[in-house]
Ligand binder design. Structure first.
Ligand code: ADP
Length: 425
């Protein structure tokens, strides 16, 4: 049906967006909202802020398009956790944000999880759950854990306790076994864990009161979501093994679609499941933050114009904004190397851009060494993606076709999930 549209919403770190696409992926409408600041005593009332933002975005959608929306999905920040009463839907604690750490729970989690498991980080969802479980005196029998996107989706469909295996990785779900592992199932709080579906699976129809009030169609469905960074990867439509997305923002992050799952805690490398494939990735501390310490964005543009990208720079740097690197070299004491500095600023920038490209190449080589599918083509997202000279340098250094991703908004990736869900059934 040509007239059908698909709605994706992204609840990111700094605000929320929506994108409405048709089945060809053409965008029909987009919008953005900042999170309103509500206070609950001294604390930010995120429950109210996110819920308000959700309905603001729905109301921002032109009425004529709302009636054509066949399916809705939402992505949220990874490891942002809510614990609710499954009977009343009321929050039993304030939401714990993606970057909040629960050091009190870490030793407990480390004592039950396998060595170096993804949950063994103070900000993991499981640490948040254990911290709540061990410290809260609220009633626990009917508690249910939901990630930010599960919770927002639940407001729309009304079936409490449903999540996806991307969000659930950091609570300990095993997407290969398609189950929580035995060491987690045997914990006294295992009943709090949500039910897991593949991202982009239909959960239910949109609640009647919402759809009639806002003018969505009767058969509009709500689907499981994913995390914001996976949604941003999906936006680039790198759907074949060997296709990769490099994000050149403040840091350099690479994500590669692989037929094999790889994990290596030394380098912070792990894999998310995407249907029958694996999304493997790693993040270096190098990237645009170093460029910003040295040059304004305007200088970057002007100096880049003077660079001949076909010529190899003889300068060998390791640009870092501070001491320490994790991927593709694991060395918390690694010192930044940005000298010798040539007199010519364009030559200096050329040396830095080329050095970052070598780190990127080393990253893809490391993923291959760890057993991932070899990278074949790289799409680029982030502030560095608009630098065509850098793209050319990277093509030469990586020995691969490199281009700017056509779409990089996570909301667009979430809309693709909504589309996928309806295509499957
Ligand atoms: P963030 O990770 O903070 O969201 P962005 O994706 O917005 O980052 O990218 C910002 C980064 O892009 C800055 O660190 C900046 O140095 C870099 N940048 C901006 N313009 C250029 C350019 N023309 N060439 C290379 N890097 C650039």
């Amino acid at each position: 049906d040509v007239a059908k549209l698909y709605l994706g919403m992204d609840f990111g770190t700094s605000g929320a967006r929506y994108a409405i696409i048709d089945k060809e992926g053409v965008i029909h409408s987009e919008g953005k909202r900042d999170y309103p600041l509500y206070l609950n005593g001294d604390a930010v009332d995120w429950v109210r802020s996110w819920k308000t933002t959700l309905f603001s975005l729905l109301e921002d959608i032109p009425v004529t398009l709302r009636s054509l929306v066949a399916s809705i999905s939402i992505d949220g920040t990874s490891a942002t956790t809510l614990i609710l009463d499954s009977k009343t839907g009321e929050a039993l604690a304030r939401p714990l944000l993606y970057n909040e750490s629960c050091p009190d729970a870490l030793p407990i989690v480390k004592s039950i999880a396998p060595l170096n498991h993804t949950v063994c980080s103070g900000s993991s969802t499981l640490c948040k759950l254990v911290s709540w479980w061990t410290s809260s005196d609220s009633s626990k029998e009917s508690a249910v854990l939901m990630h930010q996107s599960d919770w927002l989706l639940w407001i729309l469909h009304g079936k409490i306790g449903v999540s996806d295996y991307n969000n659930a990785l950091k609570v300990g779900y095993d997407p290969e076994l398609e189950s929580y592992p035995p060491w987690l199932k045997s914990q006294p709080y295992s009943h709090v864990l949500p039910t897991i579906q593949a991202p982009g699976t239909i959960i239910s129809t949109l609640k009647e009161d919402i759809r009639t009030k806002l003018g969505f169609p009767e058969d509009c469905v709500v689907c499981t979501g994913t995390t914001d960074s996976i949604a941003a990867f999906l936006a680039a439509r790198a759907t074949q093994p060997g296709k990769a997305v490099t994000s050149l923002g403040s840091t350099l992050a690479i994500k590669l679609l692989s037929t094999t799952r790889i994990e290596d805690a030394r380098f912070g490398v792990y894999s998310h499941r995407l249907d029958d494939k694996w999304l493997v990735g790693g993040a270096s501390n190098t990237g645009g933050a170093v460029l910003r310490q040295l040059f304004s964005d305007e200088q970057l543009e002007n100096l880049s114009m003077q660079i001949n990208p076909m010529e190899a720079s003889s300068l060998d740097y390791y640009p870092l904004p501070a001491e320490g690197e994790r991927f593709p070299i694991a060395d918390p004491k690694m010192v930044p190397r940005l000298s010798p500095r040539p007199e010519c600023d364009a030559a200096y920038l050329h040396g830095i851009l080329e050095s970052i490209a070598r780190i990127e190449a080393k990253g893809y080589a490391l993923l291959k060494d760890l057993g991932a599918t070899e990278a074949e083509e790289v799409f680029t997202a982030g502030g560095g993606s608009k630098n065509d000279k850098w793209t050319k340098i990277r093509e030469r250094v990586l020995g691969l076709p490199v281009s700017r991703a056509l779409q990089t908004e996570a909301a667009y990736g979430a809309a693709l999930l909504a589309l996928k869900a309806t295509e499957q059934g």
